[in-house]
Design a protein around this ligand. Structure first.
Ligand SMILES: Nc1ncnc2c1ncn2[C@@H]1O[C@H](COP(=O)(O)OP(=O)(O)OP(=O)(O)O)[C@@H](O)[C@H]1O
Length: 705
């Protein structure tokens, strides 16, 4: 400690005597030195202090408290026995036939065995040995013993025979037919069983239970030692463990949990980085090995969870919403399971989410799953955009979406732009409505489930899902505008009941503008290739903190890091809903909407009127009304001329509207001074050269594209 803090190490004995006996000589250099280690053990927090800071382990384990988990576990046990019973019931006739066929050989074995027993065959080798040794005394002793035994056993056998025959006769004469059948059957089956062959059992196992090796401290230490981390290796070569277990290795869900402190200076991130080597050291598949840091603990505190089965292959419980049920978007809904097979929930309201991954890892499936959850709340209005254009979102879009579009053609983008503009207006309207509501009805200045129910307020949830959102933000004409609207929706949408879910396969600054990625409150990151993408999706310095979606393997489809609602990052395997199931859930969601009368827009075949304003090109229109001879023009002049040019679009535009419309193109208005009646008047205006260069840049990009 002294060395760490840069202070000198001091001989405490000397220092103490110097201090005690020399009050007047304190100018001596030793006495002036700083003593960093206390002579007596430093008094830590008192008993009460320790009690106050103590972490109490739950009396009742978490899994016992959760009725959902208890139900799931009970369901699994019940299904296991039901399966076993069904398996054997179906094969029962085969078992009976095989046992009956084995009955003759069983009878022979039984008779032979009984005769050998009566004749005391088991003593024969010893008697023969006595004969070979020509030991007459021993032989006589053994023979006498055998004679006695044979006599007794013959008596027992004859008695049993008579009892057996008597019982058989009694059953034959007195018993009803069914008892006769049962008795004969039982005897035949028993004889058949006696005739079984060891290498060919009649009854096979209905269920092969997986066998997982127990995790022991030796295995953990061996694996940690194989990681090539110098501090661990040094400790182990000196005969120490290199890892200090802080709790016994216990069962935790379908796996084992080991917990402890790494050597000083080694962090959990170092272990996570070497997860593959760790799996090799543990001799387990990669998908079973999950090293984790513990929030609020020091960075060297490792929890190692080793599952019995690979997470991507482990059997998952059935999703409760797969076949039936509805959703209240204001309440948590299960959307995946963690490594231990426990449900992980998400409350879709009040979030803006980003989903990122390299292609083919399950990003679209995850987005569709979240949209299906939203669809199951009949109040929710869905806007779904499948910019890949393969129809993955059609099961939701065609059955319930208010606005839906698949594809990235110019028309598709314009459709989206119109919708997003309308959503921006809706956002503003909602903000005003919420502001005007009395505090007792809207205490937190945000939409609640009760407010969403009040149809006249129009505050129902709106969920917008965009797959491959980079297509929007990189669009040369509308990219900036869409980015601006989406940033607004990410920032202000959650409180006003508008949820934006964006998925992209290329999470970089262009595909996912920083204004959006920095403000998203829920993040889903499936496998990515590098630190940059990882942090784009999961938030700045996530990679450094050990939250690394790069560690997922190629087979980990649907497995992702989920960071939501201020909670720590969790590894979640999302529920797999294939296209046919998605169709049926979509159909169910449609029925729910039909029932309460909330089906609207695209799902009813109604599309919005094509908006004239999207067909115009503002920049070209400005050039049309501002000739080259006028390099700088006041905004009010421009809007007046524009209104003449295209009244249906520009009529009523104020200079501010022009400034706002130019902003997405990267153009801002400037001060333009003009001489009026001999005086210079300054007003906001445009510089024509800004317009021409913006057009040149845009068209250049378009040509390049
Ligand atoms: N939760 C899941 N569990 C198991 N497999 C899944 C899961 N989600 C997706 N998959 C599988 O992964 C494949 C790819 O999924 P998906 O189409 O969603 O990938 P993607 O990341 O959207 O790909 P792209 O970038 O090409 O659009 C699917 O065909 C599916 O079989």
């Amino acid at each position: 400690m002294a060395a760490d803090s840069g202070a000198d190490v001091v001989d405490l004995g000397k220092a103490r005597s110097a201090r005690d006996g020399s009050a007047g000589r304190s100018t001596r250099p030793e006495a002036a030195r700083l003593i960093v280690d206390q002579p007596t053990a430093p008094a830590g927090p008192g008993y009460l202090g320790r009690l106050l800071a103590a972490k109490r382990r739950p009396v009742v384990p978490e899994w016992l408290k959760s009725t959902a988990e208890l139900k799931t576990a009970a369901g699994w046990v019940a299904r296991h026995y039901a399966h076993t019973a069904g398996y054997h019931a179906l094969r029962a006739p085969v078992y009976v036939a095989r046992l009956a066929l084995q009955a003759p050989s069983g009878t022979a074995q039984f008779v032979g065995g009984t005769m050998r027993w009566v004749a005391d065959k088991e003593g024969e080798p010893v008697r023969l040995a006595a004969v070979r040794r020509e030991d007459a005394a021993e032989y006589l002793k053994l023979s006498r013993l055998r004679d006695g035994r044979v006599r007794l056993r013959t008596l027992v056998a004859v008695l049993a025979l008579f009892i057996g025959l008597g019982a058989a006769l009694a059953i034959y004469v007195l018993a009803p037919d069914w008892l006769q059948v049962v008795s004969v059957g039982a005897v035949v089956m028993a004889l058949g069983y006696a005739g079984r062959r060891a290498d060919d059992p009649v009854i096979h196992r209905a269920v092969e239970l997986p066998k997982a090796t127990k995790l022991t401290s030796d295995i953990v230490l061996r694996a940690l030692g194989a990681l090539g981390i110098p501090a661990i290796n040094q400790a182990q070569t000196k005969g120490r463990d290199g890892f200090e277990f802080t709790a016994p290795i216990t069962r935790d869900g379908p796996g084992w949990r080991a917990e402890g402190n790494l050597p000083f200076g080694v962090t959990v991130t170092d272990i996570i980085e070497r997860r593959e080597r760790l799996a090799s050291g543990l001799r387990r598949p990669l998908g079973c090995v999950w090293p984790e840091a513990v929030p609020n603990e020091h960075t060297g505190h490792l929890v190692l969870w080793v599952g019995d089965q690979d997470m991507s292959q482990a059997k998952k419980p059935t999703w409760p919403l797969l076949k039936s049920g509805g959703v209240d978007l204001f309440k948590p809904v299960a959307f995946g399971t963690d490594q231990r097979g426990r449900w992980v929930e998400i409350t879709l309201m009040y979030i803006a989410a980003v989903i990122g991954a390299i292609p083919r890892m399950g990003k679209t499936f995850l987005l569709r799953l979240l949209l299906l959850i939203a669809a199951l709340d009949p109040r929710a209005e869905l806007h779904t955009y499948d910019l890949k254009g393969t129809g993955d979102l059609d099961p939701v879009g065609n059955s319930v979406s208010h606005r839906h579009c698949a594809g990235d053609e110019e028309d598709d983008i314009e459709y989206a732009v119109r919708d997003m503009r309308a959503l921006r207006d809706e956002l503003r309207r909602r903000a005003k409505v919420i502001r005007s509501l009395p505090r007792d009805i809207c205490p937190e200045s945000k939409v609640t489930s009760a407010l969403a129910d009040k149809k006249n307020l129009g505050l129902h949830p709106i969920v917008v899902g965009v797959d491959e959102c980079q297509v929007w933000f990189e669009h040369e004409k509308y990219g900036k505008e869409l980015e601006e609207i989406c940033t607004d929706l990410v920032k202000r949408g959650p409180a006003t009941g508008i949820v934006l879910l964006l998925a992209t396969q290329r999470p970089d600054a262009k595909a996912l503008p920083t204004g959006i990625s920095a403000n998203a409150s829920a993040r889903f990151c499936l496998k990515v290739m590098g630190q940059l993408e990882n942090d784009m999706v999961l938030g700045t310095s996530a990679y450094k903190r050990g939250v690394r979606a790069t560690m997922f393997s190629w087979g980990d489809k649907g497995i992702h890091y989920f960071v939501g609602e201020g909670a720590d990052a969790r590894i979640v395997s999302s529920v797999y809903v294939d296209a046919p199931s998605a169709e049926s859930i979509g159909a169910r969601a449609r029925k729910l909407r039909e029932h309460v009368g909330t089906l609207s827009g695209h799902a009813l075949g109604e599309e919005p009127e094509p908006d004239e304003s999207s067909a115009y090109d503002l920049l070209r229109d400005i050039l049309a009304v501002v000739p080259a001879s006028e390099p700088k023009v006041w905004s009010e002049t421009v809007v007046a001329r524009l209104a003449e040019l295209r009244a249906e679009v520009y009529d009523g535009w104020e200079p501010e509207a022009l400034a706002a419309a130019l902003k997405p193109h990267g153009i801002s208005t400037i001060q333009v001074g003009r001489r009026v009646d001999g005086k210079v008047v300054n007003r906001r205006g445009i510089d024509r050269s800004h317009i021409t260069s913006a057009i040149a840049e845009r068209d250049g990009k378009r040509d390049a594209g």
